[in-house]
Design a protein around this ligand. Structure first.
Ligand code: SF4
Length: 573
């Protein structure tokens, strides 16, 4: 019998029957606006539990719903019988979908326990455990071992009094909050390759349920995790040092040892032609750590995406390029204005940004993606638009097509646990949601303006929307002039921005004029046009993807793993 079924919900469970203008909220992430990507923790927990002898599977309901209109998630929930069901509420935009999926599990399997986990579950554990369809909430950024203990109790029918990080309730309804004591200081005990998932796919003849996100089969990007926690304190980040300390009891980051990290990169590189995303800035663990990793990974020539949390000098860029010659940089200064950037917790200069671009491009970076954001502390509408002017000056200077700027709104929600959320007055944020229930309600609004959980002292919600569209429009034109996107692609983006702006006005008009009982039908009449405007609103998602060729997977290696025939070189590298 299956012990645990992990379920990943769409952000809004019945999104296919709703007309929601999501706008550009997911333009710069691999998933669609329903956030069909499951957290990396599903893979590490699946590997850990399988290693301990449990039968575990993943059901990515969101990705399946995106890929097929005919797929019925309730059928899957009803027909897969497991001892327990695990649901992620990691990112708060799942506040509607995750709870609806939990209700359906209880409807079809009333005796079976429902386990919640993830950052947002951790933050709101006391609210979640009071819901009749939630039995357990595992808290913290690392739950592999507590989950194994909990599963043992579930199998044996005993009470989980000794399970670290667990919030739970007895059959009488009495609630217990076990201490948050499982905070590992290393990631070396994690299995961070996709072999367990690949084996599970082959063993269960079940590919579609296990894909990390709907577009993954065409673009199988994979992540290598260097760290949990962060030393930086970006104002808007729920994964910052400040948030980690308060949410997960993490006093310092936990790193993967450099040699294991290099092995992860090599292993992932055997499966995919798409880039490996190296999550986290290696320099946080010190230069010795970075150099040990470079030595261990030397010779890997696949594409690797790397993020830098602060500027890079020429010497470091050279070391990086020598170890990973096919590297792509992601760098997020958020604003061209140093004062706004400082207010986001990134106190470096424009010279630092430009030095980083120069160094990385000079040593051969394949691409340099530069990310700016709208909705920041101290950022006025004029400042957000001046960022595009700054991009123009950069593109004049770095004109060989490898520097690609992006801009997107801080949306849809402020991260709970971040300084922007916890100290909103100090940073000039005005919050519209404080509970899971509040966020769930916001997700049912018809436009992303009204879904936003905040505005700032410098921009109200309408301004954030207007400025986002205008900045997206200007940046798109700039990219066309600079030859970064084709004329056809630029025209498509421009027409989507125009359509999205027009649709927001039409929706506002319907909301203002239609009686409540007629509103849903009137909105649904707009759905085909809304859906067209929803993906890639202010830039085309494909701009983010590196070329992977016609066959993005390394099929023979996948087959060997799936059939348990891994060659010797897999285990020694
Ligand atoms: S956004 Fe800032 S705080 Fe968050 S993970 Fe990145 S560097 Fe760390």
């Amino acid at each position: 019998m299956l012990d645990l079924l992990f379920l990943h919900a769409p952000s809004v469970y019945d999104f296919r029957r709703r007309a929601t203008l999501w706008g550009p909220i997911s333009d710069l992430v691999p998933s669609t606006p329903v956030y069909d990507m499951y957290p990396i923790g599903f893979s590490t927990m699946l590997a850990h539990l399988q290693g301990a002898g449990f039968q575990v599977r993943i059901g990515n309901l969101a990705a399946r719903m995106v890929r097929s209109e005919r797929f019925d998630p309730e059928d899957l929930i009803a027909n897969v019988n497991a001892r327990a069901y695990g649901i992620d509420l990691h990112w708060l935009p799942h506040a509607h979908g995750s709870l609806e999926v939990a209700k359906l599990v209880k409807k079809h399997h009333p005796e079976k326990p429902v386990i919640f986990g993830g950052y947002s579950s951790t933050y709101f554990h006391e609210e979640l455990i009071r819901l009749p369809y939630v039995d357990y909430v595992l808290r913290g950024d690392s739950t592999e071992e507590p989950l194994e203990r909990l599963m043992t109790h579930i199998v044996e029918g005993t009470e989980p009094c000794d399970v670290a990080n667990l919030t739970w309730k007895e059959s009488t309804g009495e609630i217990h909050v076990n201490p948050l004591t499982y905070v590992p200081d290393t990631l070396d005990n994690l299995t961070l390759d996709y072999r367990p998932v690949v084996k599970s796919v082959v063993r269960n003849l079940d590919l579609l349920n296990q894909v990390p996100f709907s577009h993954w089969l065409e673009y199988p990007i994979m992540a290598a995790l260097t760290v949990k926690g962060c030393m930086q304190n970006c104002t808007i980040c729920g994964g910052s040092a400040f948030a980690g300390q308060h949410l997960s009891g993490r006093q310092k980051p936990a790193y993967r040892s450099p040699e294991l990290l290099a092995r992860d990169v090599r292993r992932l590189g055997k499966l995919t032609r798409a880039p490996i995303f190296l999550l986290g800035d290696l320099r946080q663990a010190g230069m010795d750590y970075a150099r040990r990793f470079f030595r261990a990974v030397q010779g890997f020539d696949g594409p690797v995406i790397v993020e830098f949390f602060w500027p890079v000098d020429r010497a470091y860029a050279e070391e990086f390029a020598a170890a990973l010659p096919n590297f792509i940089v992601e760098f997020s200064p958020e604003s061209h204005d140093p004062a706004v950037r400082r207010a986001t917790g990134k106190p470096y200069s424009n010279e630092g940004i430009e030095q980083t671009i120069t160094s990385c491009l000079d040593v051969g970076a394949k691409r340099f993606d530069l990310f700016f954001m709208i909705g920041l502390s101290q950022q006025t509408p004029a400042s957000a638009l001046e960022t595009v002017d700054y991009c123009r000056s950069l593109l004049k200077r770095f004109d060989d097509g490898r520097l690609i700027p992006f801009t997107s709104p801080l949306a849809p929600f402020l991260d709970p646990g971040s300084r922007a959320y916890e100290q909103s007055d100090r940073f000039g944020y005005i919050r519209y949601a404080s509970t899971v229930a509040d966020h769930r309600e916001l997700l049912l609004e018809p436009t992303w303006r009204d879904i936003l959980s905040y505005e700032t002292r410098w921009m109200d919600r309408q301004s954030i929307v207007d400025v986002t569209y205008e900045a997206g429009y200007r940046l798109n034109r700039l990219k066309r002039e600079a030859g970064l996107v084709s004329t056809a692609m630029a025209e498509e983006t421009e027409s989507r921005i125009r359509a999205a702006r027009g649709l927001m006005q039409e929706i506002d008009h319907l909301v203002a004029t239609k009686p409540t009982e007629e509103l849903d039908a009137a909105l649904m009449a707009l759905k085909p046009r809304i859906d067209q405007a929803n993906t890639s609103t202010v830039c085309d998602k494909e701009e983010l993807d590196a070329a992977v060729g016609l066959v993005p997977f390394k099929i023979i290696k996948l087959a060997q793993i799936g059939l348990g025939l891994e060659s010797a070189d897999w285990s020694v590298d």
